[in-house]
Design a protein around this ligand. Sequence first.
Ligand code: NDP
Length: 321
Amino acid sequence: MPATHETRMLIIGSGPAGLTAAIYAARAGMQPIVVQGMQPGGQLTITTDVENYPGFRDVIQGPWLMEEMQAQAEHVGTRMIWDQIVDVDLSQRPFRAVGDGGDTYVADTLVIATGAQAKWLGVPGEVELGGKGVSACATCDGFFYRGKKVVVIGGGNTAVEEALYLTNHSEDVTLIHRRDSLRAEKILQDRLHANPRISVIWNKRVDRFVGGEGAAGLVGVDLIDTVTGEASHIATDGAFVAIGHKPSTELFVGKLAMDSEGYLLVEAGTPKTAIPGVFAAGDVADKIYRQAVTAAGLGCMAALDAERFLAHEAFASASAA
Ligand code: NDP
């Protein structure tokens, strides 16, 4: 039988942004509820080694980090609910959300931390070699290719930034793009072309990621020329797919302002959306930084702002009485 859950703060999403918001809100006595969504723990649960989350001298595992964050959130009083929100009503307060199984969530404030997903090419070998040479995050995995040969696929800002970043680790970086011009900003293009460690292959699309014998990871990428149709192969140790991200914002279409790519719009430097009491934190509203630590920081900001919002409201109604 469907239940109704009331809370001072509903958090949708259980990645670093959502769980950090929960930790702060719980410690402020807001008894938050986190609705975990389809991928509890978020994108970090599909990565392996994490070396850039502060506080850990040794390499840690992404899934482990998220388990710890969840345990910490629960320890301080967060209620985790395994559900998927399928509808929200932000037209009046308290806000209402409806879960997949029919449960209703009634909340004084809402933190949207639904994250984003890297787009993948959908070609053979991509899933099988994921984490074994094929990655969608150079900042996360680039370090493991120190002194090795890597390729980056894509022609936008992300691809160019990833290629430039990878030159910190590799002297042999190849950008593979399906057209003969990049859509990245000119300043990034200039940096790319000026970097002697980077070469560009134009007009090629990836046909297949090729693994080595047995348990060996990626050894190369089969390519097709998008103009002539000619097939070719490039040997590589690592391939970074950088063809964009898709924020998980379908629920909020027509309800909250978004940019042309679907990222939620917030007041600059804050997680505040245009609706008072509704906050957006993490990759769902950040297409620039997209790091676990920045998402966690934004989650913290959302919880602090929500707490202040409720305190201000309580003060205003007490003064009016
Ligand atoms: P973009 O959508 O800008 O670029 C995606 C790139 O991937 C394009 O070059 C596109 O090719 C290529 N691509 C898409 N699908 C395929 C496919 N199936 N096969 C091969 N190539 C494909 O995504 P980004 O992630 O680069 O950027 C997203 C947004 O974030 C942009 O607004 C960007 O400006 C912003 N951003 C800003 C940064 C900054 O300011 N520092 C850093 C990173 C991102 P084609 O060009 O042919 O369409």
